[in-house]
Design a protein around this ligand. Structure first.
Ligand SMILES: *Cc1c(COP(=O)(O)O)cnc(C)c1O
Length: 394
C-alpha cells in the first residue's frame, strides 16, 4: 500500500493510518528505526542512491523510515505536497531562512511572533545581510507598505501569542503573491485540525511539533511543509547539509501524538471556550482575549478561517502585575510553565517571562499589559480548572 492512497481520506483517518509502510515483519504499530545508516547491496547500488538515481535510505541525518512516516502523515493532514521534519520548531524556521534567503534579501515579519523567531531575523539573518521589517499582525496595509522589490517572504503566526490576534491569511497571501514574495505561516497554535493555511494561499507552513502535535509535553521537534519544488530546491539540501534532524524516537512519539490530535484539539477548544466565557463574567477581569467571544475584534475572521477557536486564552486583571502573580501563585493544580499545547493546563505571566526582556515601552507597544495572564487550557475537567482559578481571581 503506498501513501498516495491516503489523499482521499479525511484528516482523522490520515492522522491514524498514513505514512506507515509495513515491513516484512508485518508489524501493526509503526517501529522506531534506531539506525544511523543503511546497508547497500553493492557498490553500484550505493553510488545510485547517493546520486539520487535510485530511491532508498542512505543515512539518518536525512533519510529514516520512522521520520519519513511522520513527514508523510503531517503533509497529508496539512494538504501540502511534502513535509520535512526538524529537531525543533526553531530549527524548522531556521531552515526556511537558510534555504530561501541570501544577502541583500528582505523579509517582512509579524511583530507578534514567537520570541526566538524575532531573534532569528533580527540578530542572525541580519548578520548576513538580510534585512527584516516587523509589522503589526492585523494591519494588512502595513504589511503591503513594508514590502520592497527584494522581499523574499512574509512571515506570520495566527492566532498570535499571547494576545490571540488573528491575521487574514488569504489577504496576506494575495499581497505576497502580487509582489512576487512567498507567505510563510507558523501553524503551531491551530494545527491542521483547526486551520489549513495552504487552502488560504500560504506557500510554506511551519510547525513546532513540541506543542499540540506531541500534546503531552515530552519531545521537542518541528516541521516544514511546502510544494515539492520548494522542498526539493531550498529546504531538503539545507536539512541534508545543516543536520538539524528529528530523531526517530521523537518522530515515533509525534506519530502517536498525531493519531489523537483531532479529538484532543476539539476538547482543548471546548474547554478554552467555556473558560473564556466564565472569565468574561469575573468582576476583576478587565478583558478576555479569545476569538470565540463576540467581544473579540476578529471574531468573524476567526470563524471563517478556523474550524474552531483554539486552546489558548489570555486575560487582563484590572489590578496589574501583583494580582496576576497572586492568581498564578494561588493555583494548586495548574502548572506554572511557559509551555503550551499540553493536556495539562499551564499558566504564565507574559510581561515577566516570555516578554520580560522587552523594555516597558516595547511591551506597551506590543499590547502586553502587566495584568495579562495566559492560559493554555488542558483537558482536565473544566470545573476543576475553574475551581483552581476561582480563589486567586478575587
Ligand atoms: C514554541 C514555538 C516555536 C518554537 O518551537 P520549538 O519546538 O520550541 O523550537 C515556534 N513557533 C511557535 C508559535 C511556538 O509556540
Amino acid at each position: 500500500m503506498t501513501y498516495t492512497n491516503w489523499k482521499d481520506y479525511s484528516l482523522e483517518t490520515q492522522a491514524i493510518r498514513a505514512g506507515h509502510v509495513r515491513t516484512p515483519e508485518d508489524e501493526h504499530s509503526i517501529p522506531i528505526f534506531a539506525t544511523s545508516s543503511y546497508v547497500f547491496k553493492s557498490a553500484e547500488e550505493a553510488a545510485l542512491r547517493f546520486t539520487g538515481k535510485k530511491p532508498g535510505n542512505i543515512y539518518s541525518r536525512f533519510t529514516n523510515p520512522t521520520v519519513n512516516a511522520f513527514q508523510e502523515r503531517l503533509a497529508f493532514m496539512e494538504k501540502g505536497e511534502r513535509c520535512l521534519a526538524f529537531s525543533s520548531g526553531m530549527a524548522a524556521i531556521m531552515a526556511v531562512g537558510m534555504g530561501l534567503l541570501k544577502a541583500g534579501d528582505h523579509v517582512v515579519c509579524s511583530r507578534s511572533v514567537f520570541g526566538n523567531t524575532v531573534l532569528v531575523f533580527q540578530n542572525y539573518f541580519a548578520k548576513f545581510g538580510v534585512e527584516t521589517d516587523f509589522v503589526d499582525l492585523i494591519d494588512t496595509a502595513a504589511w503591503e507598505a513594508a514590502i520592497k522589490p527584494n522581499t523574499r517572504f512574509l512571515f506570520l503566526e495566527t492566532p498570535s501569542n499571547p494576545l490571540i490576534e488573528i491575521a487574514n491569511i488569504q489577504a496576506l497571501a494575495n499581497i505576497a503573491h502580487a509582489h512576487n514574495a512567498l507567505l510563510v505561516v507558523d501553524n503551531c497554535f491551530c494545527t491542521p485540525v483547526l486551520q489549513k493555511p495552504f487552502e488560504l494561499g500560504a506557500d510554506i507552513v511551519i510547525h513546532s511539533a513540541t506543542k499540540y502535535i506531541d500534546g503531552q509535553g515530552r519531545c521537542v521537534g518541528g516541521a516544514v511543509i511546502a510544494s515539492d519544488e520548494i522542498i526539493e530546491k531550498y529546504i531538503y539540501p539545507y536539512l541534508r547539509t545543516g543536520g538539524a534532524t528529528m530523531s526517530p524516537f521523537n518522530a515515533w512519539v509525534f506519530l502517536s501524538g498525531l493519531e489523537t490530535l483531532a479529538i484532543r484539539m476539539k476538547a482543548h477548544c471546548d474547554n478554552a471556550f467555556e473558560l473564556a466565557k466564565w472569565l468574561e463574567k469575573q468582576t476583576n477581569v478587565a478583558k478576555v482575549h479569545y476569538p470565540g467571544l463576540t467581544s473579540h475584534a476578529q471574531h468573524e475572521l476567526a470563524k471563517r478561517q478556523q474550524s474552531h477557536f483554539g486552546g489558548i486564552v489570555s486575560f487582563e486583571l484590572e489590578a496589574g502585575k501583583d494580582h496576576a502573580w497572586k492568581l498564578i501563585d494561588s493555583t494548586n493544580m495548574i502548572s506554572i510553565t511557559a509551555n503550551l499545547g499540553d493536556v495539562k493546563t499551564t499558566i504564565t505571566h507574559p510581561a515577566t517571562t516570555t516578554h520580560g526582556r522587552l523594555t516597558p515601552e516595547a511591551r506597551e507597544k506590543a499590547g502586553i499589559k502587566d495584568g495579562l495572564v495566559r492560559i493554555s487550557v488542558g483537558l482536565e475537567a473544566i470545573e476543576d480548572i475553574k475551581n483552581d482559578l476561582s480563589e486567586g481571581l478575587i
